[in-house]
Design a protein around this ligand. Structure first.
Ligand code: ADP
Ligand code: MG
Length: 382
């Protein structure tokens, strides 16, 4: 097992950043890619939902779904770069990734047109269970096969539950094989209600009363047409799942020290182990500074009184005292958070003592500029 995230970057081809929503997956994925590029790799970050300003900073404004190269000068602004290092970024457009899959698996160009124009497809391509994760994975597979990159860092969707990512291929297969979908397929193939048997026909008739028979026919038509494509999705899902188990793949679990996030990180860790996915370590982001101060209100008040800016305000001693009291109170609250953070982080260490674990502080501002990723880098790759 690698001893540092630096080693992960040096030796792996695919790094997948997973974790609960809002913990810093996208930011961490961008930081990994930036650092890999600085170390001389052709690095691609496949990002999913970058905050708008980070997207701007990576040059991904409205271009979407196209690989963009981050200008080399911007990379050099983050410290010396080894020769050959290049940073590429792509924002996954889920709908477009799905359309591409339809094009690949449909029988003929006419079928592609019909499917893409079907109102049901327009609905379903965005909402199918696990579709976003699945689209990301197939895109990853294509980039991996292209050989254009030394390393690909994969950001994962902003799902509330980190597990959705691992379950996506299975969920998709299950949905495709579900009796309901099968019934619509039969109906389309048979061309009439009798194809679905007595019970099926009864169900459809009842349904038609509510939603109209035209709508049901649209659905049946859609599943008939979509049959080949779904079959393609399904076999592909299995391949994609196998890809994630490769030795040159590495999962980084990103988490904040919040109890819920840590609980989910631990569960996710267990799932990775169970399913034979290669786990590298934890990136614990947004950790509160642990800095106890032994300061009395009177000491702080007199220190404040010594500051030129405070003197200029000409405050009464009682105001200074009150201000010092609230400052120390606020610090004490932060300190409580810092202690709770340490306890949460201990839970990670207990479960995976040998895993890499790096902590990144909770900065006092968001991390939206490419340049500010260097702050994360200093902690992750220390
Ligand atoms: N260490 C940090 N300190 C302060 N803000 C952070 C830190 N890491 C990330 N952020 C901010 O938190 C927000 C969520 O980060 P993001 O990477 O988009 O999370 P995720 O992809 O897991 O949903 C962003 O606004 C980002 O700038
Ligand atoms: Mg994100």
């Amino acid at each position: 097992m690698a001893g540092s995230f630096g080693e992960v970057i040096e030796n792996k081809r695919i790094v997948v950043c997973v974790g609960s929503g809002g913990v810093g997956k996208t930011t961490t994925a961008a930081t990994f890619a930036m650092e890999a590029a600085r170390r001389g790799k052709r690095a691609l970050v496949l990002t999913i939902d970058p905050a708008k300003r980070l997207a701007n900073s990576l040059g991904l404004d409205d271009l979407g779904h196209e690989v963009q190269e981050v200008p080399h000068e911007r990379l050099e602004a983050m410290g010396p770069c080894e020769a050959g290092g290049r940073l590429f970024a792509m924002m996954l457009d889920q709908k477009q990734a799905f359309d591409e899959m339809v094009e690949r698996y449909a029988r003929d160009p006419e079928a592609v047109k019909r499917v893409l124009a079907n109102p049901l497809y327009v609905q379903i391509s965005g909402t199918l269970t696990g579709s976003q994760e699945y689209a990301a994975l197939t895109k990853l597979q294509a980039f991996d096969e292209s050989g254009d990159y030394d390393i690909i860092i994969v950001d994962t969707p902003p799902t509330a539950h980190a597990l959705d990512f691992l379950d996506a291929p299975k969920k998709l297969s299950e949905a495709i094989d579900s009796p309901a979908v099968e019934m619509f397929r039969k109906m389309q193939r048979g061309g009439s209600l009798s194809a679905v048997g007595k019970t099926g026909a009864y169900v459809f008739k009842m349904l038609a009363k509510f939603v109209g028979s035209r709508f049901l026919e649209d659905i049946a038509l859609f599943f008939g047409e979509f049959n080949d494509i779904l079959g393609g999705f399904k076999s592909r899902a299995e391949e994609v799942f196998a890809l994630l188990r490769r030795k040159d793949v590495s999962f980084v679990i990103v988490t904040s020290p919040e109890t819920m996030a840590v609980t989910e990180a631990l569960y996710f860790h267990q799932r990775l182990i169970e399913t034979g996915m290669p786990f590298a370590g934890f990136a614990v982001n947004k950790v509160h500074d642990n800095a106890a101060v032994e300061l009395e209100v009177a000491d702080l008040a007199s220190q404040l009184a010594g500051l030129a800016k405070v003197r200029a305000l000409e405050l009464q001693p009682v105001s200074l005292r009150l201000a010092s009291e609230s400052l120390l109170g606020a610090h004490e609250d932060l300190q409580k958070l810092a202690v709770a953070d340490l306890q949460a982080i201990d839970r990670l260490t207990e479960v995976a003592p040998g895993a890499i674990r790096r902590q990144v502080p909770f900065f006092n501002s968001d991390v939206h500029q490419l340049e500010s990723l260097a702050r994360l880098r200093d902690f992750l790759f220390r």
